[in-house]
Design a binder for this molecule. Structure first.
Ligand SMILES: [Zn+2]
Length: 349
């Protein structure tokens, strides 16, 4: 077992897990999603270059991936700093910033944000989806990929001494590519060595989370220390969700604040609204999975920042928690989701 055992690791160093406080387990404070640019609907092509003003905020909310500048969250570090100060003011403690290699991870910016705001930030090791893998990553062996992950946690990421405290989000597509499968196997191997938390971005198909867990299990991963992200857009059928919950991973509802008619990346999916997300969380709590639930916003575009009329990083604490209580979810269940479960997950074995 590593010297990290019983601790969490933030961008400022090793820390006692009891200091984490209320934790959002899947966010991005600085990243680029430019590779995901999707052309606007026919006849609206000009919208992709228009300035971000009050007049087009609703269009941006409905078409977040069809506006080039909107995909560059890394241009808004100052606005994000203001958001973090507010997050802290309303009782927030920690943000898991799971931007990985391929979408412009910037651990130096994360360290600065943590120093200047007092919010604990935990950075993510590893690789996003295959579309962002370099040719070098694609041709690297599982063994070497494992070394890269271990190094990002033990020694530092991107040539710095700033260390990651979690592996992920590890990107998976549907169908999964060969290099994604290798990264998953390396993730399992690194987790076995370090006893570290892992977080996965599944492909946009309800079979993807099952497939991923199988690969991780076969490679020896600890599923009870693994988070399956984005369930809100991935498993929309109750029986299938319960079948997945039995596999024992953490179950994350992490697109709070994202409400749109058309989900450009997967048009067959009806993206749930926040009330429906709360109902899913309540359903899983009632079914006995309260110890597995996690929540976040997964902010990854500019329009979701308050600077651009969005809900911001405090949305869950200021708007969603009161609504959960109003709908009969007890405070003890909410504390598990925001404090106890993240703490257990993030603590190294
Ligand atoms: Zn994400």
């Amino acid at each position: 077992m590593s010297e990290l055992s019983g601790k969490v690791q933030t961008v400022l160093g090793v820390m006692d897990p009891r200091r984490l406080g209320r934790t959002l387990t899947h966010e991005h404070l600085t990243m680029s999603f430019a590779f995901c640019y999707t052309p606007p609907p026919p006849g609206q092509e000009a919208c992709s270059e228009m300035p971000m003003t009050m007049n087009n905020l609703y269009w941006l909310k409905q078409n977040p991936y069809s506006h080039r500048a909107n995909l560059l969250l890394n241009e808004e570090v100052e606005a994000v700093k203001g958001e973090l100060l507010h997050f802290k003011e309303v009782g927030g403690g920690t943000i898991v910033e799971n931007t990985t290699t391929g979408i412009c991870r910037d651990v130096k910016a994360l360290r600065r944000l943590s120093e200047e705001t007092g919010v604990h930030i935990i950075a993510g090791a590893g690789f996003y989806v295959a579309e962002t893998h370099s040719s070098e990553t694609r041709s690297t062996s599982v063994e070497k990929l494992t070394d890269i992950l271990v190094n990002e946690i033990l020694h530092g990421a991107d040539g710095t001494d700033i260390k990651c405290g979690v592996i992920g989000e590890i990107g998976c597509s549907w169908p999964m590519t060969e290099s994604e499968q290798k990264v998953l196997q390396a993730t399992a191997e690194a987790q076995t060595q370090l006893g570290c938390p892992v977080i996965i971005h599944p492909g946009r198909n309800s079979d993807s989370p099952f497939h991923i867990i199988r690969i991780l299990q076969e490679a020896g991963a600890d599923i009870s220390k693994t988070v399956m992200s984005h369930l809100d857009r991935t498993i929309l059928e109750r029986d299938k969700l319960l079948e997945f919950a039995k596999l024992g991973s953490y179950l994350e509802y992490d697109l709070f604040g994202m409400e749109l008619l058309n989900y450009a990346f997967c048009p067959v999916v009806d993206m749930p609204c926040d009330i429906e997300r709360i109902n899913w969380v309540r359903f899983l709590t009632d079914e006995g999975y309260g110890d597995n639930l996690l929540m976040a916003h997964d902010i990854h575009t500019k329009n979701r920042l308050t600077k651009y009329g969005g809900h911001g990083f405090s949305h869950i604490l200021t708007n969603i928690v009161p609504k959960m209580k109003q709908r009969g979810i007890p405070q003890s269940a909410i504390d598990k989701i925001l404090v106890e479960n993240p703490k257990r997950w993030l603590t190294f074995k």
